[in-house]
Design a protein around this ligand. Structure first.
Ligand SMILES: *Cc1c(COP(=O)(O)O)cnc(C)c1O
Length: 334
């Protein structure tokens, strides 16, 4: 067994509801059900699951390319954005290469960088206000930024991102929540040779249970990722639903408007008692009293307790649910 495997802290997936009574606001899922069109695509795909899916996934790549306005050659696919984090490390990171992960942010980057035996630096920036010059001094082979950031919810400004692209050999911008912010750096990934944008169908498109993600990058990088990913990383039902979801984007835009409206309402309400980080995603980070997340769980609501460098004291990351779910949350907090 490789030593590194023994010292990796496994990814913490948080709590999962054990009964239907429990309200899941801990995993940043979309609380709304799939559109009719997506359900239909799923049922039709069920009849074909004895077959492998089309391994090149050309149709999905073309639909994504149209959605983000690029060429299908700039698209690489994965089993969730999670697989792409792994594959980007596989393609880029050699033993002892410097991988920089500004904190507080998503913890999965460090796991796959460690598996490549990288030399990892995790500089801490208050409220995820990244100082690109401080990162320049670290001379990164690869830098991971998350925008909007999980768990702080803020978008990293373009000037900082452009500077990070100059000071890093490669820059990954994780845009799992980009649709909620209506801000994206896909254009930078198409202009610059060393920038990779990661996207997911799990949040805005509500397909967390099906596992589809993609990367946008220049042709050479996209091709490299395509070479090393699993041959049939995306199942037929996932493939069919991802295509149907993009074709039904108006439905999801509607859902997004509801979530953003609710995010603002829940933020306003919770601000009366707690410090709430301004968010451009489908969750909010709240500075809470000791034991808050545990007490919420006892009352049947799962929120994510966040313990990361740069966040002193207890914090809870709360996913924005439907209006009814948020009402239940606010009532329990009262
Ligand atoms: C949810 C999430 C992902 C991974 O999403 P997949 O379900 O694997 O597509 C990636 N990055 C961040 C920051 C996330 O919050």
């Amino acid at each position: 067994m490789r030593g590194v495997v023994k010292i990796i802290n496994p990814y913490d997936p948080g709590e999962f509801p054990r009964s239907g009574e429990v309200l899941q606001l801990g995993s940043n899922e979309n609380p709304y059900p799939p559109s009719e069109r997506v359900r239909k695509a799923y049922c039709e795909a069920a009849a074909k699951i004895n077959r492998y899916p089309d391994a090149r996934y050309q149709e999905l790549k073309e639909v994504i390319a149209e959605y983000v306005e690029c060429d299908a050659k700039n698209v690489a696919l994965g089993c969730g954005a999670s697989e792409l984090i792994n594959r980007v490390c596989d393609c880029i990171v050699e033993e002892l290469d410097k991988v920089v992960i500004p904190m507080p942010s998503y913890t999965l980057y460090a796991i796959y960088a460690m598996l490549r035996s990288a030399s990892i630096e995790m500089p801490v920036f208050k409220s995820y206000r990244i100082d690109a010059e401080a990162i320049a001094e670290l001379k990164p082979k690869l830098t991971f930024v998350c925008s909007p950031n999980n768990p702080t919810g803020n978008v990293v400004d373009r000037k900082t991102i452009k500077r990070l692209a100059e000071v890093s050999q490669y820059l990954v911008i994780d845009e799992a929540y980009a649709e909620f912010a209506s801000k994206s750096c896909v254009d930078l990934a198409l202009q610059l040779e060393n920038v990779i944008v990661l996207r997911s169908f799990s949040k805005f498109f509500g397909l967390a249970g099906l596992r589809v993600g993609y990367a946008i990058a220049n042709e050479e990088i996209a091709d490299a990722i395509e070479r090393v990913r699993l041959p049939f990383a995306i199942s037929q039902p996932a493939l069919s639903c991802a295509i149907a979801a993009i074709e039904d984007v108006e439905y999801y835009e509607d859902v997004k408007r509801k979530i953003i409206e609710e995010r603002e309402r829940v933020s306003r309400e919770l601000s009366k008692r707690f410090f709430v980080y301004p968010s451009e995603a489908n969750f909010i980070l709240v500075k809470v009293e000791e034991g808050f997340s545990r007490r919420m769980l006892e009352r049947g609501i799962i929120v994510r307790r966040i313990s990361l460098p740069g966040l002193e004291g207890e914090h809870a990351r709360i996913t924005i649910g439907t209006k009814e779910e948020n009402d239940a949350l606010l009532a329990k907090i009262q």
